[in-house]
Design a protein around this ligand. Structure first.
Ligand code: PEP
Length: 220
């Protein structure tokens, strides 16, 4: 199983031209990467404009609604995303839990819809209660991203030993680490803490730094 490195662009960059520039820089920078799967999760609106086929990049989204279609103003379904070439869906990110009041029950419904559609869910959790509740009734192995809230966007990454402890408690084959990852600490989460990939926020908006992160994991 290849490690995966997921870029969560959040609500960035501010305009499409910048998004294309960023996407192309990363795509060019990882042409020789063989051992890592790289997934870019841009804002929904940019997805159709990013020519991932040209590069060794996969597309992901930062959320997806649980219904396929209907009267759900403002929402976007997994099927719509799949139709545009999306393969992965981040669900339960702490920002969605915090600002949009997403509960484990809502996240559970979204994960089920993503699975039915044939896409790969990436479930973000900060603790084991969220893991258990979000996956109630789901037997398929999903990708888990352990993201301690104190480490997200703060520049204060979780220590390798603490992350490793948590990784060992999550009995899933593919567990990613997320929270202030940079090119200096990236490889340690894989080599020393046993994670099978990374979820990268802030550093994924800097193409040089993001490519460096990917290369350090590819070489590790
Ligand atoms: C995230 O948004 O999931 C994240 C880990 O952000 P950052 O890398 O900026 O901490």
């Amino acid at each position: 199983m290849k490690p995966i490195i997921v870029a969560n662009w959040k609500m960035n960059p501010a305009i499409l031209m910048e998004a294309k520039k960023l996407f192309n820089s990363v795509g060019r920078g990882i042409r020789n990467i063989k051992k890592v799967e790289v997934v870019i999760c841009p804002p929904f609106i940019y997805i159709l404009h990013l020519g991932h086929v040209k590069y060794n990049l996969r597309l992901g989204s930062q959320d997806a609604f649980w219904e396929t279609k209907g009267a759900y103003t403002g929402e976007i379904s997994s099927q719509m995303l799949k139709d545009l070439g999306v393969e992965y869906v981040i669900l339960g990110h702490s920002e969605r839990r915090r600002y949009f009041k997403e509960s484990d029950e809502i996240i559970n419904k979204k994960i089920k819809a993503v699975i039915v559609c044939g896409l790969k869910p990436i479930l973000c959790i900060a603790n084991l209660t969220q893991l258990k509740k979000s996956l109630r009734g789901i037997s398929k192995k999903v990708i888990i991203a352990y993201e301690p809230v104190f480490a997200i966007g703060t520049g204060k990454p979780c220590s390798i030993s603490q992350a490793k402890k948590m990784r060992n408690k999550i009995k899933y084959p593919q567990v990613l680490y997320g929270g202030s990852v940079n090119s200096k600490n990236a490889a340690d989460y894989i080599k020393k803490a046993g994670f099978k990939g990374l979820l990268v926020g802030g550093a994924s908006l800097n193409p040089k730094e993001f490519v460096k992160i990917i290369k350090t994991v590819d070489e590790s």
